[in-house]
Design a protein around this ligand. Structure first.
Ligand SMILES: [Zn+2]
Length: 116
């Protein structure tokens, strides 16, 4: 049983899914894949191992556009799907901790900024 107000959401999600399909065909997306790098864990993968992930999920009103879609490895994509947002944040934090192995606990998080 679904609440009535979910109907318009579903329509919006379907629309974004279609846009995502088109975006996957674009040169821009192919360039993203060609980089062969997962946006989340930063590891390298062959392009066919990367999937399109929405930073803001479509179900939450996220759009299928350049600023909101990133290449993600299947592991990160699956993890993101099944985790609660708060769990995902903890996962991301653990990845960045592993990244900067500085004794003494530096708090300087200097990651590349992304601009859409
Ligand atoms: Zn990953």
């Amino acid at each position: 049983m679904k609440p009535v107000f979910a109907d318009t959401d579903e329509m919006a999600v379907n629309r974004e899914r279609q846009k995502a399909r088109q975006l996957r065909q674009s040169q821009w997306w192919k360039r993203q894949l060609a980089r062969g790098r997962c946006h989340y864990c930063g590891r390298s993968f062959p392009p066919d191992q990367l999937t399109m992930d929405h930073i803001v999920p479509m179900a939450r009103g996220g759009k299928s556009k350049k600023g909101n879609t990133v290449p993600a490895c299947k592991e990160c994509n699956n993890n993101k799907k099944y985790m609660l947002p708060i769990e995902w944040e903890a996962y991301m934090a653990s990845l960045t901790e592993n990244d900067a192995q500085s004794p003494g606990g530096g708090s300087g998080v200097s990651k590349e900024k992304r601009r859409g």
